[in-house]
Design a protein around this ligand. Structure first.
Ligand SMILES: [Zn+2]
Length: 178
């Protein structure tokens, strides 16, 4: 999935969740950083590919990472965000750091969900269990190729309008301070 696809999917899912459970906004401290961390997390796993959006931004780190891992391997495995969630809950006391790490981990999970909508899915997602099994969210014929017309239709006709509608909803609630 493209960077645009990952970011619009992550924000649409997060804002939809908030639409359903709007009490969360008032109970979660540092909410704006939580959202920002989700967006960053939604881009991060493709750092293993120097030609990706984030790979180009952080070229040196990306080249080093890609020499250790193949694309769509460790940074895309479930064990990576799960470890971050465990660290956030058990090793971090500062509430700001905890919320930011949790947001980042959720963003990574949403990135993985996006890649699992593509033809390739994520091979070895449940590593070390079933390291050769390709995991996807939909049957093959309903999935799309990265950069395909189907992905752009999903982004421009579904995800971006959904984001705009939800942002208007929250703007009306004066949550954004607009
Ligand atoms: Zn990816």
């Amino acid at each position: 999935m493209t960077a645009k696809g990952h970011m619009t999917l992550a924000s649409a899912v997060t804002l939809s969740y908030l639409y359903v459970d709007d009490g969360l906004i008032s109970t979660l401290p540092h909410f704006e950083f939580f959202l920002l961390a989700i967006l960053l997390g939604s881009l991060f796993p493709d750092i293993d590919e120097p030609e990706s959006y984030i790979g180009k931004k952080l070229k040196v780190i990306s080249i080093v990472m890609s020499s250790f891992f193949k694309h769509r391997t460790f940074t895309h495995y479930l064990i990576f965000p799960l470890s971050l969630i465990l660290v956030a809950f058990f090793c971090v006391d500062n509430i700001f750091n905890k919320v930011t790490i949790l947001g980042f981990a959720l963003g990574i999970l949403l990135h993985d969900a996006g890649d699992m909508l593509t033809k390739g899915g994520i091979k070895g997602f449940l590593w070390p269990i079933f390291p050769n099994t390709r995991i996807a969210l939909l049957p093959y014929f309903l999935r799309f190729k990265t950069f395909s017309i189907e992905e752009y239709i999903l982004i421009w006709l579904v995800l971006i309008p959904l984001n705009i509608l939800l942002m208007f909803h929250f703007a009306k609630m004066e949550w954004w301070g607009i």
